[in-house]
Design a binder for this molecule. Structure first.
Ligand code: HSE
Length: 404
């Protein structure tokens, strides 16, 4: 028998219990052991819940119980999840988590503690919800030199952008509707400003490089400045606008960033709509591969946590190798990156835009006279920004194009 404790009986935590119970036979068979949930830690009581008798309020009951060998941390946030995770690992208990904030901020330290105590710190659910992406990077693509990872890693923003694209609606109205339907949080900042995607790409970049990519150092821009007008030009040019989380290995270091980008219909991420997530990974032998599915939600996320529980059960007393050390990866200054931009400007400023960006291609939109839109030639971001800012209130917005 392998005893499991769940920390946090919220959406994901209750999903973990549900997955383990509903798929008991399969999960046990694949673990080659009987898994049993012994404790559920939460501040609240759950009268009438079938597992109410397993609910405890003191984490020490779990930490001091030598029978518990696997802990699922589904609390979210850094405090107190960090203290509980650290304490569990120090006692040799494996921890499986969906907590991207904690993995992104303390991943290498917690992995090191796991190594030193012959247990595991696994985090498949922290990126892409139910989509297997950590395990492919860690297990499957081991023959590859990973060159780039590009993903749509946030379902809320992809849902909002898809709605704006399909309905021609503006950002604020679409966000409000998404909140009413429960697709966006009451406080949507972490999603719409790109912070959630930033933590996820920090984790993927760290696994790509094997070094630590700190989320604080990743350039992050959200979607709150994207307008319905931008989509008119994107559509006319056969493109879409997506919030991309990107990481690329360059000779100068790692280029990691989160930003809305106008992408062409040839890009495999063009088709990723609504709450779905997808991650494209480029390896030097395999070329491109893509991982697609439900990036959030109770059961998809819980399924990924339970897949880690099964892995822990299969590797009792043994640490699964994870290529992520504490040394800081060298990041590239995005000012040095070369790419083209979409620029939207006031209708009477067309000549100024053409003078500032020689060779820019004007996007024709039938019957539109209130503004004008251009694709610039590729240039260093630093140079683009200087020229764009010099145009002052003549310009109405800009969006990055795919990298050259
Ligand atoms: N808020 C996240 C999203 C949930 O919208 O994708 C999963 O991390």
């Amino acid at each position: 028998m392998i005893y499991v404790a769940v920390l946090g009986y919220g959406t994901v935590g209750s999903g973990v219990v549900e997955v383990i119970e509903k798929n008991k036979d399969m999960v046990n068979k694949k673990s080659a052991a009987q898994l049993e949930i012994k404790y559920i830690l939460d501040l609240r009581d759950f009268p009438g819940d079938p597992y109410e008798h397993k609910v405890v309020h003191d984490v020490n009951i779990i930490l001091e119980d030598p029978e518990v060998s696997i802990v699922c941390e589904t609390m979210g946030g850094v405090k107190p999840a960090y203290d509980f995770t650290r304490a569990a690992l120090l006692k040799g208990k494996s921890v499986c988590t969906s907590n991207k904030e904690l993995v992104a901020s303390h991943g290498p330290e917690l992995l090191q503690i796991a190594r030193e105590h012959c247990c595991n710190y696994l985090f498949e659910a922290s990126v892409g919800g139910g989509i297997p992406i950590i395990r492919p990077l860690n297990y499957s693509l081991t023959a590859e030199k990973l060159e780039a990872i590009t993903g749509i890693l946030n379902g809320t923003t992809n849902y909002i952008l898809t709605k704006m694209e399909k309905e021609g609606a503006d950002f604020a109205a679409t966000l409000k509707k998404a909140q009413e339907k429960g697709y966006a949080e009451r406080n949507p900042e972490a999603d719409i400003e790109g912070y959630d995607a930033c933590r996820k790409i920090a984790i993927l970049s760290s696994l790509m490089t094997g070094q630590n990519v700190s989320y604080e150092n990743i350039y992050t821009e959200g979607i709150s400045r994207i307008t319905a007008d931008d989509f008119v030009y994107a559509k006319a040019a056969g493109k879409s606008i997506k919030l991309l989380a990107m990481s690329k290995d360059t000779p100068e270091g790692t280029l990691a960033m989160v930003s809305p980008c106008m992408i062409s219909s040839e890009n495999p991420l063009y088709m990723v709509s609504g709450v779905f997530n997808a991650v494209c990974v480029r390896g030097n032998m395999l070329g491109d591969s893509m991982y697609y599915g439900k990036g959030a939600g109770k059961l998809p996320t819980a399924s990924a946590v339970v897949s880690d529980v099964v892995d822990c059960a299969r590797h009792q007393g043994k640490t699964i190798m994870c290529f992520w050390n504490q040394e800081e990866a060298k990041l590239v200054d995005i000012g040095d990156v070369e790419r083209g931009f979409f620029v939207r400007a006031k209708a009477d400023s067309a000549a100024d835009v053409e003078a500032a960006f020689p060779g820019a291609e004007r996007i024709q939109v039938e019957g539109r006279s209130q503004d004008c839109g251009y694709f610039t030639k590729p240039m260093k971001e630093r140079e683009f920004t200087a020229r764009y800012e010099a145009l002052g209130d003549k310009v109405l917005g800009r969006i990055r194009l795919e990298m050259v």
